[in-house]
Design a protein around this ligand. Structure first.
Ligand code: ADP
Ligand code: F6P
Length: 320
């Protein structure tokens, strides 16, 4: 019997979400399923706001940032009453399963809805790469490339003016974007929530380099550290170098997805539909040892993710 599935995007948007939606839609149709696109995350489910998808609904979106299904946060879904209403709406629509593209919060909603009897599959969609069960999240590569390009530009002007550029990158409470981008731009220091830092030592390293003729610096700070202005002022006060702070902000969430994001999103979307086809729910699709796999949602939410200690160490040893 042909199944009916839904797909939604939830939480912060990420480049590559469209590629995942496209893959879910096309894979579902190819398997003879009916596919609904649920708009604005769980809000669309509760309000009955959805579109009936065909192959053309997802034409021309693979190269576009953002999400064609829109995204939102839905506070009602945090309560069991909201989830039960979600189950009722799924029954009304005849949904046999939903693919939820988002982060940890969205997966909690997916687990709750699965527990009510609607098989849900989570796909990791966030620029932060902070989802423990997967080595990779959709949007991460594009966001890092965007941040890298912007910092390259900041470096040009910092160099011309003999300045220090302190750049805050996104990542919520995680420093994965920060450490990788810092390595990619050749930053002199990187400050992340995962590692202790010593501003006096950073400033001393800079002062030593100044004596040896270096005149401009880049310091990458993860937003989760929460002290970009303080760090900027301290560096300026201790070193005497003119120091400017730049917060890259939401620009990191936009833009055309990279090859990596498009391909991984496509593979993950396809895998999610294969699971739903078998009636399997309550799983998160992720990447492990560079291969697509799936894992129980509760297990996924309880996993711990290691930080990039090796890269952090390399950065420390090659910064000057
Ligand atoms: P992300 O999915 O990127 O982590 P949020 O944490 O904002 O983003 O969660 C997105 C949505 O997922 C929330 O607005 C809510 O609808 C749902 N959600 C979040 N946490 C829970 C929870 N504990 N139980 C059920 N649903 C949740
Ligand atoms: O999770 C993605 C992300 O962009 C984080 O890097 C950032 O902390 C947060 O979302 C910002 O959320 P909002 O768009 O609600 O300001």
């Amino acid at each position: 019997m042909a199944k009916t599935i839904g797909v939604l995007t939830s939480g912060g948007d990420a480049p590559g979400m469209n590629a995942a939606v496209r893959a879910v839609c096309r894979a579902g149709l190819e398997k003879g399923m009916k596919v609904y696109g649920i708009l604005r995350g769980y809000n669309g489910l509760l309000k009955g706001d959805y579109i009936d998808m065909n192959a053309r609904t997802v034409s021309g979106i693979i190269q576009r940032g953002g999400t064609c299904l829109y995204t939102a946060r839905c506070p009602e879904f945090r309560d069991i009453e909201g989830v039960k209403l979600g189950k009722q709406k799924c029954d009304e629509l005849g949904l046999d399963g939903i693919v939820v593209i988002g982060g940890d919060g969205s997966f909690r909603g997916a687990a709750d809805l699965s527990a009510q009897g609607v098989p849900c599959i989570g796909l990791p969609g966030t620029i932060d790469n902070d989802i423990s069960c997967t080595e990779y999240t959709i949007g991460y590569d594009t966001a890092m490339n965007t941040a890298m390009e912007m910092i390259d530009k900041l470096k040009d002007t910092a160099q011309s003016h003999d300045r220090c550029s302190v750049v805050e990158v996104m990542g919520r409470n995680a420093g994965y974007i920060a450490i990788n981008v810092a390595a990619a731009v050749g930053a002199e220091a990187c400050i992340t929530p995962e590692k202790p830092y010593d501003l006096d030592q950073i400033a001393k390293n800079m002062q030593k380099a100044i004596k040896e003729g270096k005149q401009h610096f880049v310091v990458v700070v993860a937003e989760g550290v929460g002290k970009t202005d303080y760090i900027t002022k301290q560096i300026a006060d201790i070193t005497g170098i003119e120091t400017r702070a730049t917060v890259l902000g939401h620009v990191q969430r936009g833009g055309s997805p990279t090859v990596r994001d498009r391909v991984i999103a496509t593979k993950m979307g396809f895998h999610a539909v294969e699971l739903l086809e078998q009636g399997i729910g309550n799983r998160v699709v992720g990447m492990k040892d560079n291969k697509i796999y799936d894992v129980d949602i509760q297990e996924a939410l309880s996993m711990k993710k290691p930080f990039e200690d090796e890269l952090y160490d390399i950065l420390q040893k090659t910064a000057f």
